[in-house]
Design a protein around this ligand. Structure first.
Ligand SMILES: NC(=O)c1ccc[n+]([C@@H]2O[C@H](COP(=O)([O-])OP(=O)(O)OC[C@H]3O[C@@H](n4cnc5c(N)ncnc54)[C@H](OP(=O)(O)O)[C@@H]3O)[C@@H](O)[C@H]2O)c1
Length: 217
């Protein structure tokens, strides 16, 4: 059996939003069995992962114990089914199914439907930071309530300097187009993410009524 190094989160389900789990339950396992791909899996050599703090304290789902955290992954394809669109050597990123082991390890398996080629100009760390936040923004704008956002509409994104908000501004602008308007309210950097009008709530307390200081854009 081939092995690999992986971070293990043990005592799954022991902690409900117990922040001590962040420190006490994570261990380095140097002899984790290396995952063996099925005919449909993609085997990825992991180069970067992203973590959401809460995932360390989620109640145990139907997962192996100990489990490997971090389902946002970026890396290089080691092997893939010939029927998938991926080939060994491809640089990929994606969000693994939460019912499978995460990616904080040397290798991880992924469903090809959950992966994409990393666009030019993004490194592995940048790529790994995108999937879950982008999916959340996409679901809010295009899936929830039947995807009500359409070309030409106006969109207000609060928390726009955060992980989800940054994606919401950029995806929102793609959807509403030049005829629509995206107004972003957030902290540092809100002015730089492509909104038509941006308010830094730390500088502009009264942004709701237009604010005496006004927005940037
Ligand atoms: N990240 C994910 O993948 C994900 C997935 C599912 C659900 N969610 C949920 O989506 C929400 C946002 O998550 P996130 O990851 O984007 O969080 P985040 O990166 O921490 O961003 C939070 C945003 O809220 C702003 N903010 C904080 N305090 C504020 C205040 N008092 N007034 C106005 N704005 C304030 C922050 O501004 P500053 O820049 O000034 O701090 C920042 O823009 C959370 O409820 C989270 O649980 C996130």
């Amino acid at each position: 059996m081939e092995t690999m190094r992986a971070i293990n989160l043990s005592k799954t389900g022991s902690a409900k939003y117990d922040t001590t789990a962040l420190v006490t339950d994570l261990t380095l396992n140097s002899s984790q069995p290396r995952p063996v791909p099925s005919s449909s899996d993609v085997l990825v050599r992991i180069h970067a992962v992203a973590i959401t703090p809460y995932e360390l304290t989620w109640p145990a789902p139907a997962l192996a114990d100990p489990r490997i955290p971090c389902h946002d992954i970026a890396g290089i394809v080691v092997s893939a089914s010939p029927t998938s669109s991926f080939r060994a050597g491809d640089k990929v990123f994606g969000l693994k199914d939460f019912r499978t082991q995460g990616g904080m390890a040397e290798y991880a398996l992924a469903d090809p439907a959950h992966l994409a080629i990393i666009p030019e100009g993004l490194d592995f760390v940048q790529a790994a930071s995108i999937p879950r936040a982008a999916l959340t923004a996409w679901q809010a704008l295009r899936v929830q309530r039947g995807g009500v956002l359409k070309v030409g509409m106006s969109l207000l994104v609060t928390g726009a300097s955060g992980a989800v908000g940054r994606m919401g501004v950029q995806i929102g602008k793609k959807i509403v187009g030049e005829k629509g308007k995206v107004v972003a309210v957030g902290g540092v950097g809100t002015e730089d993410i492509g909104a038509d009008v941006a308010f830094n709530y730390r500088k502009t307390a009264n942004w709701v009524g237009g604010g005496e200081e006004g927005g940037v854009g």
